[in-house]
Structures are given as structure tokens and as C-alpha cells.
Design a protein around this ligand. Structure first.
Ligand SMILES: Cc1cc2nc3c(=O)[nH]c(=O)nc-3n(C[C@H](O)[C@H](O)[C@H](O)COP(=O)(O)O)c2cc1C
Length: 381
């Protein structure tokens, strides 16, 4: 199922458009060796129409393994071609986006979350993607869309896609999506989280693998979700906004790896090498210093003088043409002890009850409901 040479995807960093690009993934990998990294969603059409410039969209350094490519689309032929074009890059899994509610994606393009209303198509798409790649395939979806938000509708979707395609892994963003009336950002906070749907899926589809996602913000919460049986946990915004604290504990607290005593200065030294090697690689100012620095702006979250550093950074973007000069100019704002202090031993061990509580709210079993329905039907035969 999962690439054998890597530790399992107990922790993954979510696909986030314009965020989980090569730059952020490089930073994430410097901090955690074992987290699974997802690309931002790349539309099948982008891959096809940019086929002369594919490296810009698909290339990644070997250190980024294990890495999952997320693609989006609603045209089977294009999905097939895009998967073929991506194949030589050697991603470890291909994930299909059925959860993005952006009107650009779900409305006009008719893909993303709106595909949850068309399980037949998703099953076909997954079969096509699997047929054109040599790695496992997975789906990332919501728990429902608009008023199609019952547990049994979610199960119908999972059942259909998993029985009619080779999909064995689903990433469940545990809130529904509204296709109209909410911005993408509001769609990530207003619909309530229903982790009980996720845990019910584990119960009702024991042969499948499910990753839980949505509102999980710390390693404590990741471990709490796993203690309640989650196969894998995906973290999005917390990994981006607070990369040091969120990703820094993953290897030790989740994967049991020995402590590395890593410091932010060491991370930045490595990141600088990457950054300076990539500046201008895809054309004049593509990427530029601002693009490459963007992912590290959360690195000193809550540290002394973080605000001042960010203000200095903003001014330095106008002048600096290399990351080296950018760091020389701005890093003196951050106290040495902040730069040189390894992370604390481990994350605080506060008790997280959220997931245990959600197990008290499980909806009735899917298979049982199906049996009950067919028994009732028999009674009327
Ligand atoms: C800026 C941004 C961009 C996103 N882009 C994608 C995307 O390309 N594909 C996708 O499946 N989800 C996307 N998401 C949703 C995340 O993958 C994740 O499901 C969501 O943020 C909930 O997880 P969190 O609460 O840990 O952030 C995006 C989220 C954010 C904040």
C-alpha cells in the first residue's frame, strides 16, 4: 500500500494551494524527516498545458520523499495524461482532490468538492489515475456537500469509490463543504467538525485506510487522534503558520525517532542553500526572494522580536537579491538564544479528550443500516 522504504503516513502535511510548494516542503523536510508531504493541488490541465515546463510544477528534491502529488480535474482523458506525465517524477502516492470548495474549482471547473456528488465519476477517475501510475492512489474529500451531509451518503461515496476503483486510502477533512455562499477560508472554519463520522468510517470500512484532517493543531492532538485508532493524521494550517513547534516534534513524539537537537539557525543555513540555488531558476524573478522567504515567516512564531523581524523582512524584500543577504540583513533582529535553542524535549502532554468524546457520538453502522434496509425490503416482497 504504502512505499515500503518510508515510515507510515501517521503524520502528513496537508495539500495547500500556493502554500505547500517546493519552498515550504523544503522547509518542512528540514524540520521533520518522517512527515509525509503533500503538494498543493495541481490541476490535470495545468500539467498537460505546461508540459514544456513541467519541472516547475512537478520537480522536487529526493529529500522530500515521502511525497504525495495531489491532482484535481474532471476530465478522464486529461487525468490519464496528467498522471502519465507526472509518473517519471516518482511521487509516492497520487491523491485526487474531492474536497476543494473554491468556486473556481467546484463551480466552473466542476471538480474538487462537487465531485462528492458524483461517486461514479470519482471511481472512474481513480481507476484511470491508478492505471496510469505505479504507486497507490488516494482520495481527499469532505464528509459531505451542501445538504448531502448524512453519514450514510458519505458511506455511499466511500463504498462506491473503493469497490469500483483501486482506492484504499481516503483523507477525510471532517467538515462538510458549502458549494455556494462561503469563501474557501470560511469553508475551512464555519461548517462544524464531525470527527465522529471519521471514526465511524474506521468501524464500517475496516479494510480501508483513513487519514483524519481538520482542526488538528498540535502533536498532542495528533497522538490523541491516533490513540483513538486513527490510521493517519493530516495537519494543514498549523504546520504552515507554526512550522517549528508543529513539525519539530513529529519525528520524536509521533515516530519515536531519537532527538536531533536541531536549531532554527541550522534549519536556516540549510534553507539558505536551497533558496539561493533556486532563485530565478524558472525565469526572471521566478522565484524571487519574497517567494522563497514566505514559508519561513512563521518560523519564529511567538518568539521574542518576531514582529520586528517580520517588519524588517518586508523592507529587506525591496533590496535583497539573495537569501544570504536577506538573512544577513534581518536575522540580527532575532536573539541568538532563540536561533540556537533546540526545541524543548517534547510537546506538552496535555490530555486531549476531543477524539475520545467523538467516539460517543458515532452514527449507526453503515453496513447494519444496509442490512436493515434490505431486510425491510424483503418483508414487503
Ligand atoms: C491556503 C490553503 C490552501 C488549501 N489548498 C488545498 C488544496 O490544494 N487541496 C486540498 O485538498 N486542500 C486544500 N486545503 C485544505 C487543507 O488541505 C486542509 O484540508 C484544511 O486546511 C483543514 O486542515 P487544517 O485544519 O489542519 O488546516 C487548503 C487549505 C488552505 C489553508
Amino acid at each position: 500500500m504504502v512505499a515500503q522504504q518510508y515510515l507510515p503516513p501517521w503524520f502528513s502535511v496537508a495539500p495547500m494551494m500556493e502554500w505547500t510548494n517546493n519552498h515550504f516542503r523544503t522547509l518542512a523536510r528540514l524540520i521533520s524527516k518522517h512527515a509525509w508531504l503533500y503538494t498543493e493541488m495541481i490541476a490535470a490541465e495545468t500539467i498537460i498545458y505546461q508540459s514544456g515546463d513541467l519541472d516547475r510544477f512537478l520537480a522536487f528534491t529526493p529529500e522530500q520523499h515521502p511525497i504525495v502529488l495531489q491532482i484535481g480535474g474532471s476530465n478522464l482523458e486529461n487525468l490519464a495524461k496528467a498522471t502519465q506525465l507526472a509518473r517519471p517524477y516518482g511521487y509516492d502516492e497520487i491523491n485526487f482532490n474531492c474536497g476543494c470548495p473554491s468556486p473556481k474549482v467546484a463551480g466552473r471547473g466542476c471538480f474538487g468538492a462537487s465531485l462528492m456528488l458524483d461517486a461514479d465519476f470519482v471511481a472512474k477517475a481513480m481507476s484511470v489515475i491508478a492505471a496510469n501510475s505505479d504507486v497507490p492512489v488516494s482520495v481527499k474529500c469532505r464528509i459531505g456537500v451542501d445538504n448531502h451531509d448524512t453519514y450514510s451518503e458519505l458511506c455511499d461515496f466511500i463504498y462506491k469509490v473503493s469497490t469500483e476503483s483501486p482506492t484504499r486510502h481516503f483523507v477525510i477533512h471532517s467538515r462538510k463543504a458549502f458549494l455556494k455562499g462561503l469563501s474557501p477560508a470560511d469553508n475551512r472554519k464555519i461548517p462544524p467538525l464531525k470527527y465522529e463520522f471519521y471514526y465511524a468510517l474506521l468501524r464500517d470500512f475496516p479494510d480501508l485506510r483513513f487519514t483524519i484532517n481538520g482542526g488538528i493543531n498540535s502533536v498532542d492532538e495528533v497522538n490523541a487522534a491516533r490513540n483513538e485508532g486513527a490510521h493517519g493524521v493530516m495537519v494543514g494550517r498549523a504546520a504552515y503558520y507554526i512550522p517549528w513547534e508543529t513539525l519539530g516534534h513529529v519525528d520524536t513524539a509521533i515516530y519515536g525517532a531519537p532527538r536531533r537537537y536541531l536549531t532554527r539557525r541550522q534549519v536556516l543555513e540549510q534553507y539558505q542553500k536551497y533558496g539561493d540555488s533556486i532563485l530565478g531558476k524558472y525565469g526572471k524573478n521566478k522565484p524571487n526572494v519574497r517567494d522563497v522567504v514566505k514559508p519561513i515567516l512563521g518560523l519564529f512564531h511567538a518568539a521574542p522580536r518576531n514582529g520586528l523581524w517580520k517588519r524588517n523582512a518586508d523592507a529587506a524584500f525591496q533590496r535583497c537579491v539573495t537569501l544570504k543577504s536577506f538573512f544577513e540583513e534581518t536575522l540580527e533582529t532575532i536573539p541568538d538564544w532563540v536561533l540556537d535553542k533546540p526545541l524543548e524535549d517534547e510537546a506538552s502532554s496535555c490530555v486531549v479528550e476531543t477524539f475520545a468524546n467523538s467516539k460517543n457520538l458515532l452514527p449507526p453502522p453503515y453496513a447494519k443500516k444496509e442490512r436493515e434496509n434490505s431486510e425491510q425490503e424483503r418483508m414487503y416482497d
